[in-house]
Ligand binder design. Structure first.
Ligand code: A3P
Length: 326
């Protein structure tokens, strides 16, 4: 009852006890059967780990001569031909149903790319099938709910972030994003997060599935914290991984154009007004802090101790993502 999003019920799916709202079941098979192409780049992240930042970087690497002065895609519109959210149909039907998709600017894309298609069959999935290569597809789904051939087919960029910052950022997100509609306080959210009972949870299992595949040549893992402290270095590594062949000047330009301040400036004005279809902007901005360790303002000492213990507990099974998170 704390989430408007949960009114249609929730499900826990194996093998990870993955926590989703019931409408996920309407799309789970279609998503699992989604055909990736060798030219695809998949950005895989737990929500709030830096998805939007990474998608802008990857887009810029693939399109070094196109400079955008306005963001396209989340958080401004849900549907975008630049980056398609693979499970977007489920996310949309979770909250306010088809009407929310129709109210979205990006709905026009379906008409453009897929004339005559029925939105009930999945607007996001149908657009994803139609957009031209190279596609940038983002997902918060774990490997185990996607096609097993994913990594053997195309490249995947995985972003990990300190769960303390993810938790605070997710709490904020759940407040402002209308499809989540969270009404509880931070303390309650903190407990749900630790229990793996917020959307896309549990957090550690999500990381573990990427960690298990870390040696695969088509998987590249980035830490939000590293990207923040040395964007040039991390973007250069991505340049190598994606074979985009850009020079140091071009990488520096991308680093500047994808900084927190630059991206915040590129948010269309209408996104920051009461007319934004996705978010209640009176409760805050999507570009909130963009920093490392902002959790310190929210956590009590008890919460910090508890989360440290939780991090410790998940350290025993060889998942070394955690080493950066204590
Ligand atoms: P905070 O809420 O901590 O500020 P996602 O895109 O996965 O939803 O993640 C959103 C988080 O990334 C938010 O974190 C947001 O402010 C931060 N973010 C977005 N763009 C960023 C950028 N260019 N640099 C640093 N942080 C960024």
């Amino acid at each position: 009852r704390l989430f408007k999003a949960y009114t249609k019920g929730v499900v826990k799916l194996q093998p990870g006890n993955w926590f989703y709202t019931r409408p996920f079941l309407d799309f789970a098979d279609k998503i699992y059967d989604f055909k990736f192409r060798p030219t695809d780049i998949v950005i895989m992240t737990f929500p709030k780990a830096g998805t939007t930042w990474m998608q802008e970087i990857v887009w810029s690497l693939k399109h070094p001569f196109e400079s955008d002065n306005q963001l396209d895609g989340f958080p401004c519109v849900a549907l975008s031909s630049k980056y398609n959210l693979l499970e977007g149909d489920f996310v949309k039907s979770t909250g306010s149903g088809l009407s929310a998709i129709q109210a979205d600017d990006g709905y026009q894309l379906l008409q453009k790319h897929c004339p005559g298609k029925d939105p009930k069959n999945g607007v996001f999935l149908q657009i994803a099938e139609k957009i031209s290569d190279p596609r940038i597809i983002k997902t918060h789904l774990p490997f185990s709910l996607l096609a097993p051939s994913l990594l053997n087919t195309c490249k995947v960029v995985f972003v990990a972030r300190n769960p303390k910052d993810v938790c605070v950022s997710f709490y904020h997100h759940s407040n402002i994003v209308k499809t989540h509609g969270y009404t509880g306080d931070f303390n309650k959210f903190f407990e749900l997060f630790l229990n793996g009972e917020v959307m896309y949870g549990p957090f550690w299992k999500y990381l573990e599935e990427a960690w298990e595949r870390r040696e695969h040549p088509n998987l590249h893992c980035v830490h939000f914290e590293d990207l923040k402290s040395n964007p040039m270095k991390e973007i250069s590594k991505l340049n190598d991984f994606l074979d985009t062949g850009l020079n140091a000047d071009q990488i520096e330009r991308i680093s500047d154009e994808t900084s927190f301040e630059a991206m915040k400036k590129k948010e269309p004005k209408k996104c920051n007004t009461g007319t934004c279809p996705l978010m209640d902007r009176s409760k805050g901005s999507f570009f909130r802090s963009g920093t490392v360790d902002s959790w310190k303002k929210n956590f009590t000492k008890e919460q910090n101790d508890k989360m440290n213990e939780w991090i410790q507990k998940h350290s025993s099974n060889g998942n070394n993502f955690r080493l950066r998170f204590s």
